[in-house]
Design a binder for this molecule. Structure first.
Ligand SMILES: Cc1ncc(COP(=O)(O)O)c(C=O)c1O
Length: 435
């Protein structure tokens, strides 16, 4: 691979943009030295960089592009809508149409409010829970990596510069599948916790009826249960992880897969809570998600078109099937190279990640970087192993082959030291460390 143009433009991007990119997870410090610096074009599961190199991509668009890049029915719906104008002084009927579609799909949705990104939706959920309960504390799941760019969450991470301590002190933590940690919070902070905020599932499935129990404990203590479905929504099941696990939360948030990469997210939930954001009641009104671009019509058209594809085609079955095919192939390579415990795939087939550990079985950023470097060399761009509806059998088979070759190098690097094989510095960890 030749990255001449990318390397040249990276100098300029860092001079003009703090971090060189507008999204943390896309930054140069998240990728090996020998990686494409700029992606210019995508079709289906393939992308092309500034230098014309082609890659099969995984976890596309930070897991938002679930159907595939430039997916025609979605692009066409957005384009048709754009030609009618995208933003007016009063709402458009498509706002009602999109709300009706989403509410028809998600069990826990009696009302919906749209936003442009997931963080706005999750922050709005927290604000609504605080207003509804009249309490100020929020309990977040410590084992889930990301909920929002806003202070109530980022203040609890290792990158909390610029956030007053008094904000982050209102956020407390519990552990997934640890019901005692949930009970302990309610006994330490009686009548102070407005909501429990979590993904219904991430890597490990719920154990011992954890989700039902959490819901019951929340309600016994006057708090709301909020599921962040920004990753799980339209992926675990058409109706989200709440449908998959049969637990309906009070509020939930959707984004990413909902618009196949278009900027659209949603807060949904029970009417009696959601309606505080309106004015057909005599309680204090919550200033809930009001932004200039909140209901850009083409993003709503994209979301409606995307949701129709999920309803009419076997998208989610495909994600599970291809994820299983990939996991099977990778697991075989892991055995072949005697890498059990050092490298592996984790998570649900529809949402696969990989772990990279050193000789002491400790999580290793250098080994992660080396693995990424070796698959990138072989035409695979994969910060995770999350597939889309566009990943074909042949994409998966090519990926398994590339990973098999990369794991041969991984084994040698474990035995001989990664320094011999890695070009440049190890990647930086994600914003929040988690298990
Ligand atoms: C589970 C989860 N919640 C919330 C967010 C925030 O979404 P956005 O980046 O659209 O603000 C993310 C983003 O990665 C996420 O993974």
């Amino acid at each position: 691979m030749n990255y001449t143009k990318s390397k040249e433009l990276q100098k300029k991007s860092h001079a003009l943009i703090p971090g060189g990119a507008h999204t943390y997870a896309k930054g140069d410090d998240q990728y090996p030295e020998m990686a494409p610096g700029f992606l210019e074009r995508g079709k289906g599961s393939h992308v092309w960089d500034l230098d014309g190199n082609e890659f099969i991509e995984y976890g596309m668009g930070l897991r938002s592009v679930t159907l595939g890049h430039a997916y025609e029915p979605v692009v066409e719906a957005a384009y048709r809508q754009m030609q009618l104008g995208i933003n007016f002084n009063r709402p458009s009927s498509i706002e009602v149409e999109c709300a009706e579609k989403l509410i028809g799909i998600i069990d826990g949705a009696e009302m919906a409010k749209f936003a442009k990104n997931g963080s706005d939706a999750t922050t709005a959920a927290v604000k609504l829970a605080r207003a509804y309960t009249g309490r100020d504390m929020v309990a977040v799941c410590e084992d889930h990596p990301f909920f929002s760019v806003d202070d109530w969450f980022i203040g609890t991470t290792e990158m909390s510069a610029g956030i007053p301590k008094s904000f982050s002190e209102l956020t407390v933590k519990f552990h997934y599948n640890d019901i005692e940690s949930v009970k302990a919070l309610f006994s330490t902070y009686p009548n102070r916790i407005a909501c429990l905020f979590m993904e219904a599932e991430r890597l490990d499935p719920p154990k011992d009826d954890f989700l039902h129990k959490v819901k019951q404990i929340c309600h016994e203590n006057g708090a709301l249960l909020i599921f962040d479905e920004i990753v799980t929504g339209f992926r675990w099941h058409l109706g989200g992880a709440q449908k998959y696990h049969g637990v309906t939360p009070d509020l939930s948030t959707f984004g990413k897969a909902m618009g196949n990469g278009f900027s659209i997210a949603a807060l949904v939930g029970k009417r009696e809570i959601m309606e505080l954001g309106g004015f057909q009641h005599n309680r204090e009104r919550v200033f809930l998600l009001s932004t200039t671009y909140g209901a850009e019509t083409h993003a709503l058209a994209a979301a409606i078109a995307t949701m129709k594809v999920y309803e009419q085609e076997p998208v989610i079955e495909h994600l599970y099937r291809q994820g299983e095919r990939l996991a099977r192939g990778v697991n075989q390579s892991v055995q072949e190279h005697h890498l059990e415990g050092y490298f592996g795939v984790i998570g649900k087939p529809c949402s696969l990640f990989f772990f990279t550990r050193d000789l002491n079985y400790q999580p290793s950023q250098p080994m992660r970087t080396l693995f990424m470097q070796e698959i990138i060399k072989r035409g695979i761009l994969a910060p995770s192993l999350i597939v889309s509806y566009s990943h074909t059998d042949s994409d998966i088979d090519r990926t398994v082959e590339a990973i098999n070759e990369a794991l041969f190098i991984y084994r040698k690097a474990l035995d001989e030291g990664y320094e011999k094989y890695l070009v440049g510095s190890p990647v930086k960890p994600a914003v929040r460390k988690y298990s």
